[in-house]
Design a binder for this molecule. Structure first.
Ligand SMILES: Cc1cc2nc3c(=O)[nH]c(=O)nc-3n(C[C@H](O)[C@H](O)[C@H](O)COP(=O)(O)O)c2cc1C
Length: 379
């Protein structure tokens, strides 16, 4: 039997030792990593990395959410000093930041987790207060985000773009130095890469604007640079072609998603992580008829779906082979032992939106309760 066939048999197994099991809790091999289940920690910005430096309290936060063989993705992490747009978000461009990530990564590894760092540049979702020297934020465009407090960005010159690509490459190298198993390029939710991808934002006339191919060039150059630096087998990307978050939307999201999925195949990256069309904004659900299925079918690597999932529809998506893995955001934020709760069919803690983005090192962060150790399967 070919290696691929063995993989696909393992990866499609809904039976363990002959007994039917919960699809989300079946093992899955992703490249060199053996996952024991398919419940992924989605990237979640938590605004508790003071001065852009990850803090010791993140050791507890991430290790609480670690299971042996579980995949975790960090909160969005800035690739350079122009990448920030929110208070107290972490970075990975300085030595101090790399060193600060190390004990957090070590804690996740000590419990057997697989840990990817999400690499981020906000582009125009920023203002001079977050920028070095109080300069204007950079973008694909000089149009500001409509109807918001954000200032007009400065359009990147064609000749400046390789430098930003290089920032992602170096940040990826730094992530590997910090001990991460790989990186996820944040190409979603209206941030810099998305500002190039979507035709209502990108109004460039150079080789980075206009046609679908041109709008995707920046994203794919980053993919290529990072893959060359750390290996395609350590690289994933997150995309949200259907979202209109931060005034970033496309006139033909299915064509955009499909073009990206097909183009990514050329680089052989580990995974493609897509946000469901129902998540028009980063954390609000709308039911619509479009699906990720064309992209799932087109992409050759591992597919991760995210956005508005509960246990039941996550199981169904895996069972029906509409995705390989499901990333959970808010439920994992509020339930550090989410895979165990799924296994035991236990009730979930509700999440508290008011503490998502506060700077407290404990409240709304590491104080969500675990199931009592005494809860049994029959409870
Ligand atoms: C508090 C919070 C922070 C988030 N931060 C990020 C982030 O840093 N990067 C990202 O790609 N998505 C981010 N998202 C989006 C989530 O990863 C996820 O896609 C979204 O919450 C929908 O999934 P859910 O219904 O499972 O929560 C964030 C969402 C929330 C609620």
């Amino acid at each position: 039997m070919q290696k691929g066939e063995v993989n696909s048999q393992i990866n499609n197994a809904m039976y363990v030792n002959g007994a039917p099991t919960i699809p989300l809790l079946t093992p899955y091999r992703i490249g060199q990593f053996n996952l024991s289940h398919r419940v992924v920690l989605a990237p979640l910005t938590r605004n508790r990395s003071y001065n852009n430096v990850p803090q010791p309290h993140a050791i507890l936060y991430y290790s609480q959410r670690t299971t042996k063989g579980g995949l975790l993705i960090t909160e969005a992490t800035g690739v350079s000093d122009t990448a920030q747009g929110y208070p107290e978000t972490p970075g990975i461009w300085t030595k101090e930041q790399i060193e600060a990530w190390k004990p957090i990564v070590d804690a996740v590894h000590a419990k057997g987790g697989i840990f990817f760092c999400q690499l981020w540049h906000v582009g125009r979702v920023s203002n001079p207060g977050f920028q070095p020297g109080g300069q204007d934020p950079i973008s694909s465009t000089d149009k500001p985000i409509k109807g918001t407090k954000y200032t007009s960005p400065r359009r990147l010159g064609t000749e400046e773009i390789p430098q930003i690509v290089n920032d992602f490459r170096i940040a990826a190298r730094n992530a590997i130095e910090a001990g991460f198993d790989g990186v996820e390029i944040h190409g979603a939710h209206g941030y810099l890469i998305d500002q190039f991808l979507k035709d209502n934002v990108n109004d460039r006339t150079d080789q980075y604007g206009g046609s679908l191919e041109n709008r995707c060039r920046f994203a794919l150059e980053i993919v290529e640079a990072v893959a060359n630096e750390i290996g395609a087998d350590r690289l994933g990307i997150r995309l949200s072609p259907f979202a209109d978050y931060m005034d970033s939307f496309d006139s033909n999201p299915t064509a955009l998603g499909l073009y990206l999925a097909e183009s990514l195949n050329k680089y052989g990256i580990l995974y493609c992580h897509m946000v469901e069309p129902r998540m028009k904004t980063a954390a609000e659900k709308h039911e619509i008829s479009e699906t990720l299925l064309p992209m799932r079918k087109a992409f050759n690597g591992t597919f991760i779906s995210a956005g508005g999932y509960h246990k039941e529809d996550g199981n169904k998506a895996v069972e029906e082979n509409r995705t390989d893995l499901v990333a959970y955001g808010r439920w994992f934020l509020a339930n550090p032992d989410l895979p165990k709760r799924f296994e035991l069919n236990a009730p979930l803690n509700n999440y508290n939106r008011t503490t998502f983005y506060i700077q407290d090192p404990v409240v709304g962060y590491t104080d969500y309760p675990f199931l009592e150790d005494t809860v049994s399967v029959s409870a």
